[in-house]
Design a protein around this ligand. Structure first.
Ligand code: NI
Length: 136
């Protein structure tokens, strides 16, 4: 059931928010506010060290000496946390690896940071999401 509440904002802040809504193509302010609230609840779960789910993406040149082996070895060290991984050959040199992970936030962050810190990894991201809560 949807409930209404009133929010008071300064003109400038509301203008910025409306620009944000336009850029993100929201239909209305309510949907944008709902998403921002959900996002901050997910962040809160990560900060509280709860059970979370995430997506780690890595871009790297597979010619880099032993890089592929290091990435695989590290994933085996964390095998209990890895749900699935997909490898895409982007072009002649570059690979994209997408790893879906779940577990305690601290462990997941640790794995993501270790993977991204491997020499030769050109780009790395951790998409943070959540398994729990009533976010829908
Ligand atoms: Ni590849």
């Amino acid at each position: 059931m949807l409930k209404r509440f009133t929010v008071s904002l300064e003109d400038d802040l509301l203008d910025e928010f409306d620009n944000y809504i336009k850029l993100r193509q929201y239909n209305n302010r309510s949907e944008a506010v709902r998403d921002l609230i959900r996002k901050s609840l997910v962040m809160q779960e990560w900060e509280a060290g709860k059970e979370v789910i995430g997506v780690i993406s890595l871009v790297y040149d597979h010619h880099h000496y032993q890089l592929q082996e290091r990435i695989t070895e590290l994933q085996h060290d964390f095998h209990h946390h890895i749900v699935s991984s997909t490898h895409i050959h982007m072009d002649h040199d570059n690979c994209l690896e997408v790893i879906i992970v779940r577990g305690k936030a601290k462990k997941i962050k640790d794995l993501a940071e270790k993977l991204m810190a491997i020499r030769g990894v050109k780009d790395g991201n951790l998409g943070m999401s959540s398994t729990g809560g009533d976010l829908c």
